[in-house]
Design a protein around this ligand. Structure first.
Ligand code: SF4
Length: 460
């Protein structure tokens, strides 16, 4: 047993997190920045931080993640990192020639108080930013928030720097993507295109972190939202933002800066959240819902109905990010499953309120926690006291799955021991079908493995 030291007794803990259900802010900022075409993320801090952010993303996407660093030394840690960042900007534009450098801070540069705005302005004044090229930035102190906060800060930074209003409103809508896989971004675009909507999706990491093997290395793959589209987002008639934690700040900023009204939607995971997305999309883009999308919805419901006996009443433990967990809990309830334990290292009171509203009558025994102390250790303790039938979350749950012999569906970030997430979406109705298929596969594999000979079924 790898986690044999986890005690059953849950004790009050303050100031100690064990196996956190989150990662560091700059990882999110780096991922968001990769969703701009021709962008090179830049980590303003030590080389170690940048290596960690890059490797976290590379392990998940199985792609080389390009990023630069200010390479702090002991000297920059004491006297400030301005000289390093100015030198880096000069080197990057000269050698790597990106369209945009997206700078995020780190714990160290935040602690010593480096002012990214001032340094980036100085770089422009000193002529280190070639004509037509850009530097954007955001603050990502990793001792608060999580990778989701970093993602949100960088997306807000995109609006802050790029979005412009000319006063001439056009008929496109902005779709601000929450932290999802490139496959999910592609699926949102597919659905919006099927509806005939005119839209700009940002950030967009499809065709950036899921590129094909061609034999030629592309420093800047063909995907990503273009700078022209980002600038024009200020003239689009409305915004639909997916996920309170990852996109609300950017949507508010766009409304304040360019008067683009916004609606906030859950990530379209499961039936109801996808219904809401499709309806909001139809309203904002003034388009109708095609029969093909209604048919996809019907297929998802058909599969759930056919296999309901294997899903009904199953106790589920989930961990990950609030924007994914909330619609996922709703989806599990729609399938008559019981989400009993939920943890997220990402803070925010709203998560508790939303889960309370979803679970208080249907699963009153459910336990959930987010922010400080909401870690995988606590999750394991809850499971040791009363087990579950299914685990859903990132790769870090595999220790619990193995020790407790519980079927495990990998979802969220990071997934570093399986593939598929980059290519097969979990959003939309077709994504819902994939989630159900994955859940059923692990539950039925366990049933097959453990059924006595007398009740081993060929047809299930
Ligand atoms: S020091 Fe801070 S920014 Fe750097 S890797 Fe650690 S948590 Fe992330």
């Amino acid at each position: 047993m790898l986690l044999r030291h986890t005690p059953k007794k849950v004790m009050e803990r303050t100031g100690l997190t064990i196996n956190p259900a989150k990662t560091c802010q700059p990882v999110g900022a780096m991922y968001a920045a990769l969703g701009i075409h021709g962008c090179l993320p830049h980590s303003h801090g030590s080389q170690g931080c940048c290596s960690y952010h890059r490797s976290a993303l590379t392990r998940h996407y199985k792609e080389p993640i390009m990023a630069a660093t200010s390479s702090f030394t002991e000297g920059s840690s004491v006297f400030g990192g301005q000289a390093n960042l100015l030198q880096a900007i000069n080197n990057i534009f000269t050698i790597y020639d990106p369209q945009v450098i997206a700078v995020h801070s780190t714990c160290l540069s935040e602690t010593i108080g480096d002012d990214l705005k001032q340094i980036c302005e100085k770089a422009k004044e000193d002529g280190k930013v070639p004509l037509g090229k850009h530097i954007i930035y955001c603050n990502t102190p990793s001792y608060v928030g999580s990778h989701v906060t970093g993602y949100s800060n960088m997306v807000a930074g995109m609006v802050n720097y790029f979005s412009e209003s000319t006063g001439k409103i056009n008929d496109r809508i902005n779709l601000i993507s929450g932290w999802v896989e490139p496959s999910d971004m592609r699926e949102v675009k597919r659905l919006a295109t099927m509806m005939g909507a005119k839209f700009t999706l940002f950030p967009d990491t499809s065709d950036v972190v899921d590129t094909p093997m061609t034999g030629t290395f592309e420093m800047y793959p063909k995907g990503g939202t273009s700078i022209t589209e980002l600038i024009a987002s200020g003239d689009n008639k409305a915004t639909l933002a997916f996920g309170e934690w990852a996109t609300k700040d950017a949507a508010i900023k766009l409304e304040n800066k360019c008067k683009v009204p916004f609606e906030l939607a859950d990530l379209p995971i499961g039936i109801k959240a996808t219904d809401r997305f499709i309806q909001k999309m139809s309203k904002l883009a003034e388009v109708t819902i095609p029969d093909e999308i209604t048919a996809e919805r019907g297929k998802l419901i058909d599969i759930i109905t056919d296999m309901h006996q294997y899903l009904y009443g199953k106790r589920v433990a989930l961990w990950g990010d609030p924007d994914q967990l909330i619609p996922m809990v709703e989806f599990l309830l729609d399938m008559d499953m019981k989400p009993v334990y939920i943890v997220s290292g990402t803070p925010g009171k709203k998560m508790h309120q939303k889960l309370e509203a979803l679970l208080s009558t249907k699963v009153p025994e459910a336990k959930f926690k987010n922010g400080e102390g909401a870690d995988m250790f606590l999750m394991h303790q809850w499971i040791k006291n009363e087990s579950v039938d299914l685990l859903i979350g990132n790769t870090y749950g595999k220790y619990i799955a193995r020790d407790e012999n519980i079927p495990f569906v990998r979802m969220g970030f990071p997934i570093i021991d399986r593939i598929g997430h980059s290519y097969f979406p979990t959003v939309g109705y077709m994504g819902g079908i994939r989630i159900v298929e994955k859940i059923l596969s692990v539950l039925m594999d366990k049933k097959d493995a453990e059924s006595p000979e007398t009740s081993f079924e060929l047809v299930m």
